[in-house]
Design a protein. Structure first.
Ligand SMILES: Cc1cc2nc3c(=O)[nH]c(=O)nc-3n(C[C@H](O)[C@H](O)[C@H](O)COP(=O)(O)OP(=O)(O)OC[C@H]3O[C@@H](n4cnc5c(N)ncnc54)[C@H](O)[C@@H]3O)c2cc1C
Length: 286
């Protein structure tokens, strides 16, 4: 596998990146770590004469807080998130999730923004970000940024709602509600996850006052499982009935609409979801 020839551009600002994208049109593509894009080019699944490397665009870097939200630049790598003191302090479950993405080589260069923009149905971050109500910030150079809830941004396999020539600039994660805790679990036997579940649980006086359940990697796109959330809401947190958890797992498996693919049959994935819902709920409560 060899890479076909292309011209490489390294803009230092979003305005410059947009100008390049406009200039070369459909023959140009943005990239960050290249872990997905370069593979596609090598396999001959895509072909572009101009690659626009976004890593030099300063506003796509860094992890910070803004108005209570945790803001992660689109070009921040999985490994940087895993090791970020701010992420570990504000949302340790995110750092733990990132530690389980891919392998060290991919985590070292692959970015959170690249993962979300590629919109591979087998994505851990896309599922995790659903449960924390993350927003995606995106813009074209010269224009003001737009914000889209992650649930509307990831629209299907390899499809997002990113506009023509727009760049994903950052992910915003609002402060968790007081008393809330998040857990993520996945199952994988190939490189990509076969099933991913994230669960947020908020407990008050021993009772679940808010449960959020997201399921991904099993169907066309990650989803929130509202019916499963309704089953868990109001349940006793520590001494939850196993039947209630089984019911929540069942509802989550239905919502996820698993499909047969190379990572497993739909029924097998549904069973993984049932198991992972119970596991993540118990972990979040603990
Ligand atoms: C071996 C392997 C194992 C993996 N395992 C997992 C796993 O366990 N869990 C998981 O969730 N993922 C997994 N992945 C996916 C991995 O997380 C992604 O490959 C990585 O995050 C993509 O980031 P990147 O910067 O390399 O993207 P790139 O390859 O640079 O870009 C990907 C796509 O997004 C576009 N793009 C990138 N950044 C932007 C931006 N800021 N604005 C607009 N468009 C942009 C590009 O045009 C391209 O189409 C795996 C990948 C590999 C290769």
């Amino acid at each position: 596998m060899t890479l076909p020839p292309f011209d490489l551009h390294r803009p230092q600002s979003l305005e410059e990146a947009t100008e390049l994208a406009d200039l070369y049109g459909e023959d140009a593509v943005f990239y960050c770590g290249g872990t997905e894009l370069l593979l596609l080019l090598k396999l001959g699944f895509a072909s572009f004469g101009h690659l626009i490397d976004l890593k030099g665009v300063e506003e796509l870097g860094g992890v910070r807080t803004d108005d209570g939200a945790l803001v992660i630049g689109a070009a921040v790598t999985h490994r940087e998130i895993e090791h970020s003191d701010l992420v570990r302090e504000r949302l340790p479950a995110l750092a733990r999730m990132e530690r389980r993405v891919a392998n060290l080589r991919v985590r070292e260069v692959g970015t959170l923004g690249g993962n979300i923009c590629f919109s591979d149905p087998h994505s851990d971050p896309a599922t995790f970000l659903l449960v924390v109500d993350a927003e995606v910030e995106h813009r074209r150079g010269g224009e003001v940024a737009r914000r889209t809830p992650i649930s509307d941004f990831v629209v299907g396999p390899y499809q997002t709602s990113l506009g023509e020539g727009e760049v994903l600039t950052s992910l915003r994660i609002p402060e968790l509600p007081r008393g809330a805790s998040v857990a993520h679990a996945k199952f994988a036997f190939h490189e990509r996850p076969t099933a991913t579940v994230a669960c947020l649980v908020r407990v008050a006086d021993g009772e679940v006052v808010e449960a959020r359940v997201a399921v991904g990697s099993v169907g066309a796109r990650p989803v929130r499982a509202a019916a499963a959330e309704r089953v868990l809401n109001g349940a006793p947190a520590e001494e939850i009935d196993s039947g209630v958890l089984a019911e929540a797992g069942e509802r989550a498996a239905e919502a996820a609409a698993p499909v047969d693919d190379s990572t497993g049959s739909a029924e097998y994935k549904a069973q993984l979801v049932r198991v992972l819902v119970e596991r993540t709920f118990r972990e979040a409560v603990a």
